[in-house]
Design a protein. Structure first.
Length: 187
């Protein structure tokens, strides 16, 4: 005969301390230019590699960062790229903790729309800044994961840090993250 166990803690005890002041605000990412599950416009398509889009990073804003946030990181990743390791479209770390939004086009470093203190990582096109969507024609719909991370500390990365090392350090120091997964396809 197998022993049975009963949960003896009443719900009121489990919920004790979860008053409105004790519950942390949810960390959320929003955009006026892209929406979760929706197809991005040609504005976010890369210019090059056979693509002819505007290569404009979308407007992004976030709120509800947890206590202890020292900086933010933004990563844009396509897990569907036919590379065996996906495709990094944009990685920027050490965004100051008082910055909670980036204007459309902030991924174009020549526009100076992002604080100079941030660290830009080369994207998989081989340049710093935003590199838009450019899936192979006929490859189907690709998912583009725009993620903001609240970091527990500013990251110290070596010059020329790889996307893999950057991803590791971001994930190891992320207090919270929020993602908008937008779509894009070239027919």
């Amino acid at each position: 005969m197998r022993p049975t166990f009963k949960l003896a803690l009443p719900i009121s005890i489990l919920l004790a301390g979860l008053s409105g002041t004790a519950v942390a605000e949810q960390f959320t990412l929003k955009s006026t230019d892209i929406q979760a599950g929706e197809t991005m416009s040609n504005t976010q398509e890369f210019q090059g590699f056979g693509c002819e889009g505007g290569n404009l990073s979308p407007q992004l804003s976030w709120e509800g960062a947890p206590d202890g946030t020292a900086a933010f990181a933004i990563q844009v990743y396509d897990p569907d790229a036919p590379t065996g390791s996906g495709w990094w479209h944009w990685q920027v770390v050490n965004i100051p903790k008082d910055v909670t939004s980036l204007d459309a086009g902030a991924g174009d470093l020549s526009k100076n729309l992002i604080p100079v203190s941030v660290t830009h990582i080369n994207n998989d096109y081989g340049s710093k800044g935003f590199g838009g969507a450019c899936p192979p024609k006929g490859h189907g719909v690709h998912r583009y994961q725009f993620t903001v991370h609240a970091l527990s500390k500013k990251l110290e990365l070596p010059e020329g840090a790889s996307s893999a090392l950057t991803g590791y350090m971001v994930n190891a120091n992320s207090l919270a993250s929020s993602t908008i997964e937008a779509l894009y396809e070239r027919k």
